[in-house]
Design a protein around this ligand. Structure first.
Ligand SMILES: NC(=O)c1ccc[n+]([C@@H]2O[C@H](COP(=O)([O-])OP(=O)(O)OC[C@H]3O[C@@H](n4cnc5c(N)ncnc54)[C@H](OP(=O)(O)O)[C@@H]3O)[C@@H](O)[C@H]2O)c1
Length: 287
Protein backbone atom coordinates (compact mmCIF):
# COMPACT_ATOMS: atom_id res chain seq x y z
CA UNK A 1 0.00 0.00 0.00
CA UNK A 2 1.39 3.44 -0.92
CA UNK A 3 2.00 5.60 2.15
CA UNK A 4 0.29 8.99 2.24
CA UNK A 5 2.45 12.15 2.08
CA UNK A 6 3.20 13.65 5.51
CA UNK A 7 0.89 16.41 6.73
CA UNK A 8 3.03 19.52 7.13
CA UNK A 9 2.23 22.65 9.12
CA UNK A 10 4.42 25.69 8.41
CA UNK A 11 4.61 28.57 10.90
CA UNK A 12 5.61 31.91 9.36
CA UNK A 13 3.86 30.75 6.19
CA UNK A 14 3.85 34.30 4.82
CA UNK A 15 7.64 34.63 4.99
CA UNK A 16 10.01 33.92 2.11
CA UNK A 17 11.09 30.44 3.26
CA UNK A 18 7.53 29.51 4.25
CA UNK A 19 6.30 30.46 0.77
CA UNK A 20 9.05 28.46 -0.98
CA UNK A 21 8.28 25.43 1.19
CA UNK A 22 4.54 25.56 0.51
CA UNK A 23 5.09 25.91 -3.27
CA UNK A 24 6.86 22.53 -3.25
CA UNK A 25 4.07 20.65 -1.47
CA UNK A 26 0.68 19.38 -2.53
CA UNK A 27 -1.97 21.74 -1.17
CA UNK A 28 -3.88 18.82 0.35
CA UNK A 29 -0.96 18.09 2.70
CA UNK A 30 0.31 21.55 3.68
CA UNK A 31 -0.97 24.23 6.05
CA UNK A 32 1.13 27.39 5.71
CA UNK A 33 -0.10 29.80 8.38
CA UNK A 34 0.94 33.43 8.64
CA UNK A 35 1.11 35.38 11.88
CA UNK A 36 -2.56 36.46 11.84
CA UNK A 37 -3.69 32.81 11.61
CA UNK A 38 -1.12 31.42 14.05
CA UNK A 39 0.89 33.61 16.41
CA UNK A 40 3.67 31.46 17.86
CA UNK A 41 3.90 33.56 21.01
CA UNK A 42 0.63 31.91 22.11
CA UNK A 43 1.14 28.38 23.43
CA UNK A 44 -2.63 27.84 23.51
CA UNK A 45 -2.94 28.83 19.83
CA UNK A 46 -0.16 26.36 18.96
CA UNK A 47 -1.91 23.54 20.80
CA UNK A 48 -5.22 24.35 19.10
CA UNK A 49 -3.61 24.42 15.63
CA UNK A 50 -1.97 21.05 16.16
CA UNK A 51 -5.16 19.50 17.56
CA UNK A 52 -7.03 20.71 14.48
CA UNK A 53 -4.49 19.94 11.75
CA UNK A 54 -2.75 16.89 13.26
CA UNK A 55 0.45 17.36 11.28
CA UNK A 56 3.23 14.80 11.08
CA UNK A 57 5.84 17.56 10.82
CA UNK A 58 5.85 21.24 11.83
CA UNK A 59 8.34 23.46 10.02
CA UNK A 60 8.89 26.46 12.27
CA UNK A 61 9.79 29.34 9.94
CA UNK A 62 8.19 32.15 11.97
CA UNK A 63 10.65 34.51 13.59
CA UNK A 64 11.62 38.09 14.18
CA UNK A 65 14.28 38.13 11.47
CA UNK A 66 15.49 41.72 11.29
CA UNK A 67 18.72 41.98 13.35
CA UNK A 68 18.31 45.74 13.89
CA UNK A 69 14.73 45.30 15.15
CA UNK A 70 15.95 42.56 17.53
CA UNK A 71 18.66 44.91 18.82
CA UNK A 72 16.11 47.66 19.47
CA UNK A 73 13.63 45.35 21.23
CA UNK A 74 15.43 42.43 22.83
CA UNK A 75 12.32 41.55 24.83
CA UNK A 76 10.27 41.06 21.67
CA UNK A 77 13.09 39.03 20.09
CA UNK A 78 13.12 36.71 23.11
CA UNK A 79 9.32 36.39 23.12
CA UNK A 80 9.08 35.49 19.43
CA UNK A 81 12.37 33.66 18.79
CA UNK A 82 12.85 31.82 22.09
CA UNK A 83 9.45 31.44 23.76
CA UNK A 84 7.83 31.06 20.33
CA UNK A 85 10.18 28.19 19.42
CA UNK A 86 9.54 26.57 22.80
CA UNK A 87 5.75 26.90 22.31
CA UNK A 88 6.03 25.20 18.93
CA UNK A 89 8.29 22.41 20.21
CA UNK A 90 6.13 21.73 23.27
CA UNK A 91 2.97 21.52 21.14
CA UNK A 92 4.78 19.25 18.66
CA UNK A 93 5.97 16.96 21.49
CA UNK A 94 2.45 16.79 22.90
CA UNK A 95 1.11 15.84 19.45
CA UNK A 96 3.82 13.20 18.86
CA UNK A 97 5.02 14.92 15.66
CA UNK A 98 8.47 16.05 14.44
CA UNK A 99 9.76 19.62 14.03
CA UNK A 100 12.14 21.55 11.84
CA UNK A 101 13.43 24.66 13.60
CA UNK A 102 14.91 27.28 11.25
CA UNK A 103 18.01 28.96 12.64
CA UNK A 104 20.91 31.05 11.46
CA UNK A 105 24.65 31.27 10.94
CA UNK A 106 24.51 34.34 13.22
CA UNK A 107 24.55 31.98 16.22
CA UNK A 108 28.35 31.97 15.67
CA UNK A 109 30.79 34.69 16.72
CA UNK A 110 32.43 34.95 13.30
CA UNK A 111 36.05 34.79 14.41
CA UNK A 112 36.80 31.28 13.08
CA UNK A 113 39.08 30.79 10.11
CA UNK A 114 37.13 28.62 7.67
CA UNK A 115 33.52 27.47 7.65
CA UNK A 116 31.53 26.68 10.78
CA UNK A 117 30.42 23.09 11.23
CA UNK A 118 27.32 21.84 13.01
CA UNK A 119 29.29 20.89 16.12
CA UNK A 120 31.27 24.15 16.45
CA UNK A 121 30.62 26.14 19.59
CA UNK A 122 28.09 28.97 19.09
CA UNK A 123 28.79 32.44 20.50
CA UNK A 124 26.36 35.00 19.10
CA UNK A 125 27.41 38.65 19.03
CA UNK A 126 24.03 40.30 18.37
CA UNK A 127 20.53 40.15 19.85
CA UNK A 128 19.12 38.28 16.84
CA UNK A 129 21.79 35.54 17.16
CA UNK A 130 21.29 35.32 20.93
CA UNK A 131 17.55 34.88 20.49
CA UNK A 132 17.92 32.32 17.67
CA UNK A 133 20.37 30.26 19.73
CA UNK A 134 17.95 30.50 22.66
CA UNK A 135 15.24 29.19 20.34
CA UNK A 136 17.39 26.21 19.30
CA UNK A 137 18.02 25.33 22.94
CA UNK A 138 14.44 25.86 24.09
CA UNK A 139 13.13 23.63 21.28
CA UNK A 140 15.69 20.96 22.13
CA UNK A 141 14.57 20.95 25.75
CA UNK A 142 11.01 20.15 24.73
CA UNK A 143 11.54 17.72 21.88
CA UNK A 144 13.75 14.87 20.66
CA UNK A 145 12.40 14.56 17.12
CA UNK A 146 13.93 17.91 16.16
CA UNK A 147 15.89 19.07 13.13
CA UNK A 148 17.66 22.39 13.71
CA UNK A 149 18.40 23.85 10.27
CA UNK A 150 20.84 26.77 10.15
CA UNK A 151 21.12 28.80 6.99
CA UNK A 152 22.54 32.18 5.95
CA UNK A 153 21.88 35.23 3.73
CA UNK A 154 18.66 33.82 2.27
CA UNK A 155 17.10 35.53 -0.76
CA UNK A 156 13.97 35.03 -2.83
CA UNK A 157 11.54 36.99 -4.95
CA UNK A 158 9.11 37.34 -2.04
CA UNK A 159 10.57 40.36 -0.28
CA UNK A 160 12.68 43.43 -1.01
CA UNK A 161 15.82 41.84 0.33
CA UNK A 162 19.42 42.33 -0.72
CA UNK A 163 19.16 40.81 -4.21
CA UNK A 164 15.81 42.39 -5.10
CA UNK A 165 16.98 45.85 -3.99
CA UNK A 166 20.09 45.54 -6.15
CA UNK A 167 18.12 44.41 -9.17
CA UNK A 168 15.90 47.45 -8.81
CA UNK A 169 18.82 49.89 -8.70
CA UNK A 170 18.84 52.62 -11.24
CA UNK A 171 21.98 54.18 -12.75
CA UNK A 172 21.35 57.18 -10.56
CA UNK A 173 21.53 55.10 -7.38
CA UNK A 174 23.67 56.90 -4.86
CA UNK A 175 24.55 54.39 -2.15
CA UNK A 176 26.17 51.39 -3.78
CA UNK A 177 28.83 50.72 -1.20
CA UNK A 178 29.10 47.17 0.06
CA UNK A 179 31.09 45.65 2.87
CA UNK A 180 33.95 43.43 1.73
CA UNK A 181 35.12 42.01 5.05
CA UNK A 182 32.00 40.12 6.20
CA UNK A 183 31.39 36.76 4.51
CA UNK A 184 28.66 34.11 4.49
CA UNK A 185 26.86 31.81 2.04
CA UNK A 186 24.20 33.54 -0.10
CA UNK A 187 21.42 30.95 -0.22
CA UNK A 188 18.42 30.75 -2.56
CA UNK A 189 15.26 30.15 -0.49
CA UNK A 190 14.01 27.64 -3.08
CA UNK A 191 17.14 25.47 -2.74
CA UNK A 192 16.90 25.68 1.04
CA UNK A 193 13.21 24.67 0.99
CA UNK A 194 13.90 21.68 -1.29
CA UNK A 195 16.75 20.54 0.99
CA UNK A 196 14.55 20.84 4.11
CA UNK A 197 11.88 18.69 2.48
CA UNK A 198 14.50 16.05 1.67
CA UNK A 199 15.83 16.22 5.21
CA UNK A 200 12.47 15.42 6.80
CA UNK A 201 12.45 12.09 4.93
CA UNK A 202 15.72 11.04 6.59
CA UNK A 203 14.79 11.11 10.30
CA UNK A 204 18.40 12.24 10.80
CA UNK A 205 17.46 14.49 13.72
CA UNK A 206 19.93 17.03 15.06
CA UNK A 207 21.68 20.16 13.83
CA UNK A 208 22.08 20.62 10.06
CA UNK A 209 23.67 23.44 8.11
CA UNK A 210 21.88 23.99 4.78
CA UNK A 211 23.38 26.68 2.55
CA UNK A 212 24.34 27.00 -1.08
CA UNK A 213 28.00 25.93 -1.36
CA UNK A 214 30.75 28.52 -1.03
CA UNK A 215 30.96 31.91 0.58
CA UNK A 216 31.48 35.52 -0.42
CA UNK A 217 31.24 39.01 1.04
CA UNK A 218 28.35 41.49 0.65
CA UNK A 219 30.53 43.18 -1.98
CA UNK A 220 31.23 39.89 -3.80
CA UNK A 221 27.54 39.03 -3.70
CA UNK A 222 26.51 42.45 -5.04
CA UNK A 223 29.10 42.20 -7.83
CA UNK A 224 27.76 38.77 -8.83
CA UNK A 225 24.13 39.97 -8.85
CA UNK A 226 24.91 42.91 -11.14
CA UNK A 227 27.11 40.81 -13.41
CA UNK A 228 24.36 38.18 -13.79
CA UNK A 229 21.88 40.94 -14.62
CA UNK A 230 24.23 42.48 -17.23
CA UNK A 231 24.45 45.64 -15.11
CA UNK A 232 28.20 46.08 -14.85
CA UNK A 233 27.52 49.78 -15.55
CA UNK A 234 26.41 50.27 -11.93
CA UNK A 235 29.49 51.41 -10.02
CA UNK A 236 30.09 49.50 -6.80
CA UNK A 237 32.46 50.54 -4.06
CA UNK A 238 34.00 48.07 -1.63
CA UNK A 239 34.14 49.31 1.94
CA UNK A 240 35.06 47.83 5.31
CA UNK A 241 32.60 46.94 8.07
CA UNK A 242 34.09 49.81 10.08
CA UNK A 243 32.91 52.25 7.42
CA UNK A 244 29.35 50.89 7.65
CA UNK A 245 28.35 50.89 11.32
CA UNK A 246 25.10 49.05 12.07
CA UNK A 247 22.97 48.81 15.18
CA UNK A 248 23.43 45.04 15.10
CA UNK A 249 27.01 43.75 15.01
CA UNK A 250 27.49 41.36 12.09
CA UNK A 251 29.88 38.38 12.43
CA UNK A 252 32.92 38.79 10.15
CA UNK A 253 32.74 35.15 9.07
CA UNK A 254 29.47 33.26 9.09
CA UNK A 255 30.31 30.73 6.41
CA UNK A 256 28.68 27.36 7.09
CA UNK A 257 29.66 23.88 5.88
CA UNK A 258 26.83 21.39 5.23
CA UNK A 259 28.68 18.51 6.79
CA UNK A 260 25.81 16.54 8.38
CA UNK A 261 23.40 16.96 5.46
CA UNK A 262 26.07 15.76 3.05
CA UNK A 263 26.53 12.68 5.23
CA UNK A 264 22.87 11.76 4.63
CA UNK A 265 23.10 12.48 0.89
CA UNK A 266 21.75 16.04 0.77
CA UNK A 267 23.83 18.55 -1.18
CA UNK A 268 23.12 22.07 -2.43
CA UNK A 269 24.59 23.65 -5.55
CA UNK A 270 27.24 26.43 -5.49
CA UNK A 271 25.85 29.85 -4.54
CA UNK A 272 26.78 31.52 -7.84
CA UNK A 273 24.93 28.84 -9.90
CA UNK A 274 21.76 29.36 -7.85
CA UNK A 275 22.14 33.15 -8.07
CA UNK A 276 22.73 33.17 -11.85
CA UNK A 277 19.57 31.15 -12.42
CA UNK A 278 17.56 33.33 -10.04
CA UNK A 279 18.68 36.56 -11.72
CA UNK A 280 18.10 35.17 -15.25
CA UNK A 281 14.53 34.26 -14.23
CA UNK A 282 14.01 37.67 -12.60
CA UNK A 283 15.18 39.51 -15.71
CA UNK A 284 13.07 37.28 -18.02
CA UNK A 285 9.94 37.80 -15.89
CA UNK A 286 10.32 41.57 -16.06
CA UNK A 287 10.76 41.44 -19.81
N1 LIG B 1 16.47 35.47 5.81
C1 LIG B 1 17.65 34.96 6.10
O1 LIG B 1 18.70 35.38 5.59
C2 LIG B 1 17.74 33.81 7.08
C3 LIG B 1 18.99 33.23 7.29
C4 LIG B 1 19.09 32.18 8.18
C5 LIG B 1 17.98 31.76 8.89
N2 LIG B 1 16.78 32.35 8.69
C6 LIG B 1 15.65 31.87 9.51
O2 LIG B 1 14.68 31.28 8.66
C7 LIG B 1 13.38 31.51 9.20
C8 LIG B 1 12.48 32.14 8.14
O3 LIG B 1 13.11 33.32 7.66
P1 LIG B 1 12.58 34.13 6.40
O4 LIG B 1 13.79 34.57 5.66
O5 LIG B 1 11.48 33.39 5.69
O6 LIG B 1 12.01 35.39 7.16
P2 LIG B 1 10.75 36.31 6.86
O7 LIG B 1 10.52 36.40 5.39
O8 LIG B 1 10.99 37.52 7.67
O9 LIG B 1 9.55 35.46 7.48
C9 LIG B 1 9.35 35.33 8.85
C10 LIG B 1 7.86 35.29 9.07
O10 LIG B 1 7.59 35.10 10.48
C11 LIG B 1 6.43 35.84 10.79
N3 LIG B 1 6.31 36.12 12.20
C12 LIG B 1 6.94 37.07 12.94
N4 LIG B 1 6.51 37.01 14.22
C13 LIG B 1 5.59 36.01 14.28
C14 LIG B 1 4.79 35.48 15.30
N5 LIG B 1 4.83 35.96 16.56
N6 LIG B 1 3.95 34.45 15.02
C15 LIG B 1 3.87 33.95 13.77
N7 LIG B 1 4.59 34.44 12.73
C16 LIG B 1 5.46 35.46 13.00
C17 LIG B 1 6.59 37.11 9.97
O11 LIG B 1 5.32 37.70 9.84
P3 LIG B 1 5.21 39.33 9.72
O12 LIG B 1 5.68 39.62 8.33
O13 LIG B 1 3.76 39.56 9.97
O14 LIG B 1 6.11 39.89 10.78
C18 LIG B 1 7.14 36.58 8.64
O15 LIG B 1 6.12 36.27 7.73
C19 LIG B 1 13.58 32.35 10.46
O16 LIG B 1 13.66 31.48 11.56
C20 LIG B 1 14.94 32.99 10.24
O17 LIG B 1 15.57 33.28 11.48
C21 LIG B 1 16.64 33.36 7.79
Amino acid sequence: MASRPPRILITGGGGQIGIELARRLDESSVWALGRSALDVTSGAAMDRALDEIQPDVVIHAAAMTNPEACERDRGAAQRVNVVGAWNVARAVARAGAAMVHLSTSYVFAGDKLGPYREYDEPGPINAYGVSKLGGERAARQALDRLYVVRSSWVYSRWNRGFVARLLELTDAASDVRYVGDQVANPTFAGDLAAAILRLIDTQAYGVHHLVNEGATSWYGWATAVLRAAGREDVPLEEISAEEYPREARVPANSELANEMARAVGITLRPWHDALDEFVRQWVADRG
